[in-house]
Design a protein around this ligand. Structure first.
Ligand SMILES: [Zn+2]
Ligand SMILES: [Zn+2]
Length: 176
């Protein structure tokens, strides 16, 4: 992530915490920074290692878990339950809290794109779920597939595509 973009993201994060009367301590900010820096979601242990690689004072995984709990609670970080990994929110603009998020997870390169559902989808889904009298605890959708780059690699038949083909359903017409 470019320095300027990182500064903006961290300042938006601070703003979010201020508005919620929560404290974005130095450590919390540093953990968020490591997540923003990485292009893929990380497990708490991967995050601990990445942090300790650059930090002056090492941190324990236990503390990272606590910090992640906090960051998830203020929606600066999302917990992808299907993979048990964490990613920084890409939709942090000021105090905006999203209601319904779709996470498009590429099974080949593990990159994740976060998109927000439009209001009418949110309303329709809420109505539908209300009708079933089911009480929703979280509204996060994790969908798996192939990102655009991986689809491209696949049609070009590069080595990566062979690795991908084991993980994702085949959508091309190649004969096997
Ligand atoms: Zn988000
Ligand atoms: Zn991909």
């Amino acid at each position: 992530m470019k320095q300027e973009k990182m500064r903006q993201a961290l300042s938006a994060a601070k703003h979010r915490c201020d508005e919620m009367s929560k404290k974005l301590t130095q450590k919390r900010m540093q953990i968020l920074e490591v997540l923003l820096e990485g292009s893929r979601p990380m497990s708490a242990y991967e995050l601990t290692d990445a942090y300790n690689d650059v930090a002056e004072h090492p941190i324990k995984a236990m503390s990272v878990y606590r910090i992640l709990d906090f960051l998830v609670s203020v929606q600066l970080v999302h917990h992808l339950r299907s993979a048990n990994k964490f990613m920084a929110c890409n939709l942090t603009h000021g105090s905006h809290i999203h209601q319904l998020s779709f996470f498009l997870i590429c099974t080949c390169c593990q990159r994740v794109e976060e998109t927000e559902a439009s209001q009418n989808i949110v309303d329709a889904l809420r109505q539908h779920i209300d009708n079933t009298q089911f009480s929703l605890m979280n509204s996060q959708f994790e969908l798996t597939g192939l990102c655009r780059q991986c689809q491209q690699k696949r049609t070009e038949g590069t080595n990566d595509s062979i690795r991908c083909s084991r993980l994702a359903p085949d959508t091309t017409n190649e004969s096997s």
